[in-house]
Write a protein that binds this ligand. Structure first.
Ligand SMILES: [Zn+2]
Ligand SMILES: [Zn+2]
Length: 377
């Protein structure tokens, strides 16, 4: 059905841009759903007026409408049917000069206008990496000014179209190149891409539309992260001056060195020093892991450099592609540095005993080959 956008707004076809704006503003203020909760008729009027304004306030769309009517929008551009409004009604205000007219920090229309990303580094210990953790960080960042809703104008009201870009937020320039004329678009520097000019700056933010605050940000670190990985927290960066989308907070991961446990991929390596007596007779030792202490059985006849595996005591794979890591315990046999006379005598009596004469069997690989087989297995 053909719609008459002019009669919807109650204006003549010859109405000026200023008159169109005024007419819409009047209707919008009267029938906005926030002011008429549950009133279907008001909502319909509001939708119709917003649709009309969306077209008539845009010179290109207006010209198309004047020539072809609403049919002009069926092809190419998005259709202007009723379901056009099924989304958030407030989205429509992003395309209007009243972007923050109804309060609540409406964003301006330039979605390309993003604020800067911020970067921080956090140090995690192995336990936090293995189990995942919640982190709270304090970040100095720009957030939208509540007083003006982010557009920088007093009470968020007195905003006019920017003269340099005619409210488009972008300026077009034709440059001559070898390949012919090239049309380039760039963000209007006069209004920082907002398309708005401020009459009276907001006193709270001096017209910047944003304020620097100490923000306490809480986020989850997933299990299995690694050094130099980056977590991107969207929307937690700076809000650009005079409205737009906030940038991201990029969190770079650092690993805290552990005195005893070393990370090797998703495995944890630990060196255990035992006496040659314990290695010979076998024993049970307490071993630290990231999940707490565990008791480890050292079988009798364990050689120096042998690697014992504590299954599943490593780090979970971040993507779940690989199995969880293990803890590898490297057995080192510690040689006494001092002996009493009695100790020395006992050892001397054992020296020539046949069992103490080294005779490595064939299956005993070299130290390095054994380590290699562990990383492969
Ligand atoms: Zn402000
Ligand atoms: Zn501009």
């Amino acid at each position: 059905m053909e719609k008459d956008y002019y009669s919807v707004l109650g204006i003549e076809r010859s109405a000026t841009a200023e008159q169109i704006k005024k007419a819409y503003r009047k209707i919008a203020m009267q029938y906005h759903p926030d002011k008429n909760p549950g009133n279907k008729a008001a909502e319909e009027k509001f939708k119709a007026a917003t649709e009309a304004y969306d077209v008539l306030s845009n010179p290109d769309k207006k010209q198309q409408y004047d020539r072809f009517g609403t049919q002009g929008f069926q092809e190419g551009g998005r259709p202007y049917g009723d379901d056009f409004f099924e989304g958030d009604l407030n989205d429509l205000f992003q395309d209007s000069p009243f972007s923050s007219f109804f309060g609540g920090g409406r964003r301006t229309k330039r979605s390309s206008n993003y604020g800067e990303d911020l970067r921080i580094r956090i140090k995690l210990n192995l336990k936090e990496i293995a189990l995942g953790t919640e982190k709270k960080v304090k970040v100095k960042r720009y957030t939208s000014c509540d007083t003006c809703g982010g557009n920088g104008a007093e009470n968020g009201l007195a905003v006019e179209k920017c003269g340099s870009c005619k409210g488009h937020g972008v300026v077009r320039k034709t440059t001559q190149t070898l390949l012919g004329n090239m049309l380039t678009e760039s963000i209007c520097s006069n209004c920082a891409g907002t398309g708005n000019r401020i009459k009276t700056p907001c006193t709270d933010c001096q017209g910047e539309g944003r304020k620097l605050i100490d923000d306490l940000i809480t986020f989850q670190v997933p299990k299995g992260v690694r050094k130099n990985m980056e977590l991107t927290l969207r929307g937690k960066g700076n809000v650009p001056a005079r409205g737009g989308m906030p940038g991201s907070l990029i969190v770079q991961i650092e690993e805290e060195e552990d005195d005893r446990l070393k990370r090797e991929g998703n495995n944890i390596c630990y060196t255990l020093h035992i006496s040659f007596i314990d290695a010979t007779l076998g024993c049970e030792m307490e071993v630290p892991t990231i999940y707490g202490k565990v008791r480890l059985k050292i079988p009798p006849g364990t050689s120096c450099g042998e690697v014992l595996k504590l299954r599943g005591k490593g780090i979970a794979d971040l993507n779940g592609y690989h199995k969880k890591g293990d803890q590898l315990v490297y057995v080192q046999i510690w040689t006494p540095q001092e002996l009493t006379k009695e100790e020395k005598d006992i050892l001397l009596s054992l020296r020539d005993s046949p069992n103490f004469i080294p005779k490595p069997n064939k299956k005993e690989e070299s130290f390095f080959e054994r380590i290699k087989s562990f990383f492969q297995g």
